[in-house]
Design a protein around this ligand. Structure first.
Ligand code: PLP
Ligand code: COI
Length: 339
């Protein structure tokens, strides 16, 4: 194997040794299969290709100082996938089968888990697709669940460093009663133009307001938003954002640090009042926000005035990472340890 430069990994795909697959046929899930093929051979009329019967997840495994492998909150991802399955009429995958598939693929690709010192991690990508053929708009009768892994570095430039975002009003990623709360590929297709506009203009990512009124904060690209002020952690309550497991974990850690936690609609103008803010997610971890620009209204909300991450974001970041890498106790049983 070519030497891997663990400390300079991008957030991208690298071929690993194995993926795990499981088929749903005749109304039931089959056995987990270990596979070394990178490609899928599926019917051209598969529902995932035509009608978007596709769901995915994202979670990470970490190598600790003690050499042990830790997977962060796989049960929570299993539950979110079940919710997505309900949302687009796919059969739910049982939590135990999901977690077993994740453990199996991580263990089989152990040599790709970045070393502790690198600060990198192994990204785990579960995928569930309708593979049965349909021409009318109906759910498939057959499904395939696949999990692959790839070692990754930071999603946003600089890792734990501030970045700037831009409010995009021309495109919505999800409608109020649409699929925004599910992790389906269609939401990401809907985000590609906004994402390109933001990147072309030199921003880290696009920033969404609610689709109906364009008044409240929704999400920062593929990450949730949080703001901090007056010793309070504030995060949006919205029917069109993905329920982030990282955000849920940070709300708990913030409460443990003595912060108040508020989940409520956040009007755009309130951005001017935050002492700190961040984008959070599995890939993003915490990406502190320097500035959010609203170009149409010629407004710029400068949050990190000195361009540096704020002290509470920093504390939350280190606490989360310490639990993930096993440096500190895991009081909520978030971590699955594999020897
Ligand atoms: N929002 C969107 C749209 C995402 O794609 C993700 C990534 O999964 C998140 C938020 C963050 O969620 P999580 O913390 O569960 O990774
Ligand atoms: C994640 O944080 O796991 C994501 O899904 C982000 C993105 C690569 C889709």
């Amino acid at each position: 194997m070519k030497e891997i430069d663990w400390s300079n990994l991008p957030f991208g795909y690298m071929r690993t040794d194995y993926n795990v697959r499981c088929y749903y046929r005749d109304g039931k899930w089959g056995e987990l299969e270990l596979c070394s093929e990178e490609t899928l051979n599926i019917h051209m009329a598969a529902t995932c290709l035509h009608y978007g019967q596709e769901a995915f997840e994202g979670l990470k495994a970490f190598r600790g100082k003690d050499g042990k492998i830790r997977i962060f909150r796989p049960e929570a991802n299993a539950e979110r996938l079940q919710s997505t399955c309900n949302g687009i009429l796919m059969p739910e995958l049982p939590t135990e089968l999901f977690c077993e598939a994740v453990r199996k693929v991580v263990k089989a690709n152990e040599r790709f888990i970045p070393p502790y010192e690198s600060g990198a991690s192994l990204y785990i990508r579960p995928l569930l697709i309708g593979i049965g053929a349909q021409v009318g708009v109906h759910p498939a009768k057959e499904y395939l669940f696949v999990v692959f892994v790839t070692p990754v570095g930071p999603y946003f430039k600089g890792g734990f460093a501030t970045n700037s975002y831009v409010i995009i009003r021309q495109y919505d990623r999800a409608a109020p009663l649409g699929t925004g709360i599910y992790k389906v590929g269609g939401n990401y297709a809907a985000s590609l133009r906004a994402n390109k506009m933001a990147h072309d203009a030199g921003y880290a990512c696009e920033f969404y307001l609610d689709a109906k009124e364009k008044k409240y904060i929704d999400e920062c690209g593929a990450a949730n938003f949080f703001g901090i002020k007056n010793n309070t952690y504030v995060t949006p309550l919205s029917s069109s954002i993905l329920p982030s497991i990282t955000n849920r974990s940070l709300m708990q850690l913030a409460e443990d640090m003595g912060l108040k936690v508020e989940r409520r609609p956040i009007p755009e103008e309130e951005l001017a009042t935050f002492e700190e803010a961040g984008a959070c997610g599995t890939a993003a971890v915490i990406s502190p926000i320097e500035r959010i620009d609203d170009l149409e209204n010629q407004k710029s909300y400068v949050i990190a005035k000195d361009g540096k991450p704020g002290p509470i974001s920093e504390k939350l970041y280190h606490k989360l990472r310490a639990i993930q890498y096993g440096d500190e106790p895991d009081p909520y049983g978030w971590v699955t340890v594999i020897d």
